[in-house]
Ligand binder design. Structure first.
Ligand code: FES
Length: 108
């Protein structure tokens, strides 16, 4: 069972149990993490934007073009930004750390 560490905007960390096949967004919702995900993972918003910890960023598959396009619209974009709904957990990602951005902007 992979674990996910969420870093809240105030710097506090929360480690939660996840399951293979779940997205970061789904795990966040199950654990009351403040991540919006307005479009429920259909890549039509950027409110599930998370900033992946540097150490973990390279472990992830490359984002698709659609994801890149949505990310361009995300508020507070960083070099290691990804859409939380597009990161699907597996054993290799056990312990992945993601930062929840302070603000999101829903562009619809
Ligand atoms: Fe909308 Fe991820 S939930 S793009």
């Amino acid at each position: 069972m992979p674990k996910v560490v969420f870093v809240n905007p105030d710097g506090s960390e929360k480690e939660v149990e996840a399951a293979n096949g779940l997205s970061i967004l789904e795990v966040a919702h199950k654990n009351d993490i403040e991540l919006e995900g307005a479009c429920e993972g259909s890549m039509a918003c950027s409110t599930c934007h998370v900033i992946v910890d540097d150490e973990w960023f390279d472990e992830l598959d490359e984002p698709t073009e659609e994801e890149e396009d949505m990310l361009d619209l995300a508020f507070g974009l960083q070099e290691t930004s990804r859409l939380g709904c597009q990161i699907i957990l597996n054993d290799e990602l056990d312990g992945i750390k993601v930062h929840v951005p302070a603000e999101t902007r829903n562009i619809g």
